[in-house]
Design a protein around this ligand. Structure first.
Ligand code: GLN
Length: 419
């Protein structure tokens, strides 16, 4: 049938009678723009895209969207180039290359003491795809899903698109602590799932052991499953090893743990992510994944596998370099009169505008800073739905020293204009 259709279409094209707009009209493609799903109709571009787009258009220094400005680790670039030239460039298995799945399991055993077998790992095209696959598989219409806020801006729309109802549990700066009473108050008989980002972007904070225990306890008592977005697990500066919620008693069968080579290696454009889950959850998530991206570029998977096998000293040196960038930006902003909140993880520092004596909403500050000072940032209110703080702005510090110095000089001058 498909071939017959293609032949008729080709014949029409040859006769010059084929009109793509007419063809679209017949097949219903030219429905009015309004006929798109309301979740997307109501939406604008993400704050990350918006700020990066503005930064490109204005030639501003981009401390908004989180990415390093370096080319990435030479070891991984070389591994990817080798794989591209010498190994298969055809579809890898939908679950991911066995080499990478084994490397992820070994990485977690070595760095987090987890006992995850490669069969319980699924490779995805970035962590955002892993979140999408998990939400599509685990959320059913009418399910209530707890989102701690601030939250990655993809969570709530994904939950809604799956027919679920996001229920917000707001956290407050400067500590962004998790409170048992707030979580309990948000849970109802319809709650099935919790989304938990630890370390937390944009705050740069890490859940304490008692907070993890409290959240695990709530999951067990209310029979909840949890999507653990742990993409920042290896970007920590507090000297403490990451503890996954999945590792707490009774959580292995409830949790989908999500990780990201983009964050671990500072290669955000590669879009290599993964998730780990027990078979009862993984089977459904893998089915959702097979009809999202099906699979992920094999050369980048091989390179990721080589990277994860690098020695601990390599990861320590990477974090030391990022920590020194963090200190450079922190000290510069503090000297310029900005109140910088504590950071233990992630590539981000948050500035408290109110505590800095700046009486501007975060979005106004970000819009003025990019236009008047030429520095892009992220207004943290963009990562809240409904009520939330309007006085916190996020800056990404994984940039070259001279870029950070120039950004600080510009923000110092700008600070004088917004007193
Ligand atoms: N996680 C990135 C950040 O926080 C953004 C990812 C994206 O742009 N989709 O900056």
């Amino acid at each position: 049938m498909a071939n017959a259709c293609e032949c008729r279409a080709a014949a029409r094209r040859r006769k010059g009678g084929w009109n793509p707009f007419r063809a679209g009209l017949k097949s219903g493609l030219n429905r009015p723009m309004g006929h798109i799903h309301p979740v997307y109709a109501a939406m604008t571009a993400t704050v990350f895209d918006e700020m990066s787009g503005l930064a490109r258009a204005l030639g501003a220094i981009n401390l908004g969207q989180g990415f390093p400005d370096s080319q990435g680790p030479p070891e991984l670039i070389a591994a990817a180039a080798r794989a591209l030239a010498e190994r298969s460039n055809q579809y890898p298995p939908s679950g991911g290359l066995p080499d990478l799945r084994a490397a992820i399991a070994a990485f977690y055993a070595r760095r987090q003491g987890l006992q995850i077998v490669p069969e319980h790992v699924l490779v995805t095209s970035g962590a955002t795809e892993a979140i999408a696959a998990a939400v599509l598989a685990l959320v059913q219409p009418g399910d209530e899903v707890i989102l701690f806020q601030p939250a990655y801006d993809a969570y709530a729309p994904m939950v809604r698109r799956a027919g679920g109802v996001p229920v917000s549990v707001p956290l407050s700066p400067p500590g962004w602590t998790y409170r048992a009473e707030d979580l309990e108050a948000a849970i109802t008989a319809r709650t099935t799932l919790l989304m938990f980002n630890d370390p937390l972007n944009p705050a740069g904070t890490v859940a304490s052991a008692p907070e993890l225990a409290m959240i695990a306890d709530a999951c067990r008592r209310h029979d909840l499953r949890v999507i653990c977005d742990e993409v920042w697990e290896d970007v920590r500066f507090d000297g403490i090893g990451h503890r996954s919620l999945l590792d707490l008693p009774g959580m292995a069968e409830r949790a989908v743990k999500i990780g990201s080579a983009g964050k671990i290696f500072g290669l955000t454009g590669w879009k290599i992510g993964w998730l780990c889950a027990a078979p009862a959850l993984l089977t459904g998530v893998a089915r959702a994944h097979q009809f999202l991206t099906f699979t992920t570029a094999p050369a980048l998977q091989w390179a990721g596998a080589e990277g994860l096998a690098l020695p601990d000293a390599w990861f320590a040196a990477r974090n030391a370099a990022w920590a020194s960038s963090r200190e450079r930006l922190r000290a510069g902003l503090a000297a310029a009169g900005y109140t910088v909140l504590p950071n233990a993880a992630t590539w981000f520092l948050c500035v408290d505008l109110a505590a800095s004596g700046i009486d501007l909403p975060d979005r106004t500050f970000s819009e003025r800073a990019i236009r008047e000072a030429g520095v892009a940032s992220i207004p943290v209110s963009a990562l809240f739905e409904g009520e939330g703080p309007r006085h916190i702005v996020r800056f990404c510090f994984t940039k070259a020293d001279d870029v950070l110095d120039e950004a600080v000089a510009r923000l110092a001058a700008f600070r004088e204009t917004v007193r």
